[in-house]
Design a protein around this ligand. Structure first.
Ligand code: CP
Length: 317
C-alpha cells in the first residue's frame, strides 16, 4: 500500500481485519520493518487519540517519529496557488511539502474541512497536494471528507463485540454546538457499506450526507424507529452537507441526544463514539458510563488500525 486515504486503499477488508488481530496479539513482532525509518505527523488541527495512537503504533514498529503542529511553531502556510503573499502567510505549502518529504520516509496528515468552499473540501485539496508533491507515502489522520484510521478501528471493535454475523448498525446524528465536518460519518458509512453489514443512518431533515457515502444504507428520519433492534449505536454530530447550508449548524435539538430510553429500544446495543464527545449533548452520562458503552476499547483500537496501515506502507517501501 503506497497511500491510505479511504477504505479502497486497504485492499481485502476481511484480510485487513485478520491482520489487525495478528498485530493486536503481538504488536512488537514487526519492529524490523520500521528500523531507521522516520514518520512525520503533520497536524493542521488538534488531536488527542490520533496523535498518541499513531505515534505509539509507529514506535511499536520501530520507527522514529517527528510531530509538527502547523499552527504552533511552524511558519503560517499559504495553501492557494497564485496568491500574492503579502499577508501573514510566510511559506507556501508547495515548498513546505517537498521539504517535509526530505526528512522522512512516511507522512501522516490531519487537515479538516475548512467550510470555506465545499468543492475544495470534497476534492481533498490539502492531502492530495501532500500525495502529489512530497514524494513519500502519505496517510490520512483525518482529512476533509474521511477519517479512515477511525473507521478501521471502529470496524475492528465491531468485529470484536458483534454477536451475529451481520449486525444492525445505526449511525445517528446527535446535537453539538459547533459546526463539525462530515468526515467521521462519511467514512463510517463507507467502511460499514464495504463490509456489507446492515446500516441505518438517522438524522433530522437537512443533515443528509453525500449520497456517495450513504451508498446502500437506509436513511430513517425517525431516530426511535431507527434504533429498534439495533446491535450497535454509533453517535456522531456533523454539520449540514447540502447547499445552501454546507458547513452550518441548522439544528441543536437535544431530543436527538442518545439516552437510556432510546437505547432500551435496541437489542441491547453497544454504544460507540469516536471521541472527543460532548456529554449530555451527544450522549447522556448514563449511557456513556453504562456497561454497553465501548468507547474506550474503540479508542484503544486506534493504535491497532494505525499499526496495520503503517505496517502495510512500510512493507511497500
Ligand atoms: N477520534 C479522534 O480522531 O480523536 P482525536 O481528534 O483526539 O485525534
Amino acid at each position: 500500500m503506497r497511500h491510505f486515504t479511504s477504505v479502497k486503499d486497504i485492499g481485502d477488508l476481511h484480510a485487513a481485519l485478520q491482520e489487525a488481530l495478528a498485530v493486536k496479539a503481538d504488536r512488537f513482532a514487526y519492529q524490523h520493518l520500521g528500523r531507521n525509518k522516520t514518520l512525520i505527523m503533520i497536524f493542521f488541527n488538534s488531536s488527542l487519540r490520533t496523535r498518541l495512537s499513531t505515534q505509539k503504533a509507529a514506535m511499536n514498529l520501530g520507527m522514529n517519529v517527528i510531530v509538527l503542529d502547523i499552527n504552533q511553531g511552524a511558519w503560517k502556510l499559504e495553501t492557494e496557488r497564485g496568491v500574492v503573499m503579502d499577508g501573514d502567510k510566510t511559506e507556501h505549502l508547495l515548498e513546505a511539502i517537498p521539504v517535509i518529504g526530505c526528512y522522512c520516509d512516511v507522512i501522516g496528515v490531519r487537515s479538516f474541512a475548512r467550510f470555506e468552499n465545499k468543492a475544495d473540501d470534497y476534492e481533498e485539496k490539502i492531502i492530495s497536494q501532500f500525495i502529489q508533491y512530497s514524494g513519500r507515502p502519505v496517510f490520512s489522520m483525518e482529512a476533509a471528507t474521511r477519517h479512515p484510521l477511525q473507521s478501521f478501528a471502529d470496524l475492528i471493535t465491531i468485529e470484536e463485540y458483534k454477536k451475529k454475523a451481520r449486525p444492525k448498525i445505526v449511525l445517528t446524528w446527535a446535537p453539538h454546538p459547533k459546526a463539525l465536518p462530515q468526515a467521521v460519518a462519511n467514512s463510517f458509512a463507507e467502511w460499514i457499506n464495504a463490509i456489507g453489514y446492515e446500516l441505518v443512518i438517522t438524522h433530522p431533515e437537512g443533515y443528509e450526507l453525500d449520497p456517495r457515502f450513504v451508498g446502500n444504507a437506509r436513511v430513517e428520519y425517525d431516530q426511535r424507529k431507527a434504533f429498534e433492534g439495533a446491535d450497535f449505536i454509533y453517535a456522531k454530530n456533523w454539520s449540514a452537507y447540502t447547499d445552501p447550508n454546507y458547513g452550518k449548524v441548522i439544528n441543536t435539538d437535544r431530543s436527538w441526544t442518545v439516552d437510556a430510553e432510546k437505547m432500551a429500544l435496541t437489542d441491547n446495543a453497544y454504544f460507540m463514539h469516536c471521541l472527543p464527545v460532548r456529554r449530555n449533548m451527544i450522549v447522556t452520562d448514563e449511557v456513556i458510563e453504562s456497561p454497553q458503552s465501548i468507547v474506550i476499547p474503540e479508542a484503544a483500537n486506534r493504535e491497532i488500525s494505525a499499526q496495520v496501515v503503517l505496517k502495510k506502507i512500510l512493507e511497500s517501501l
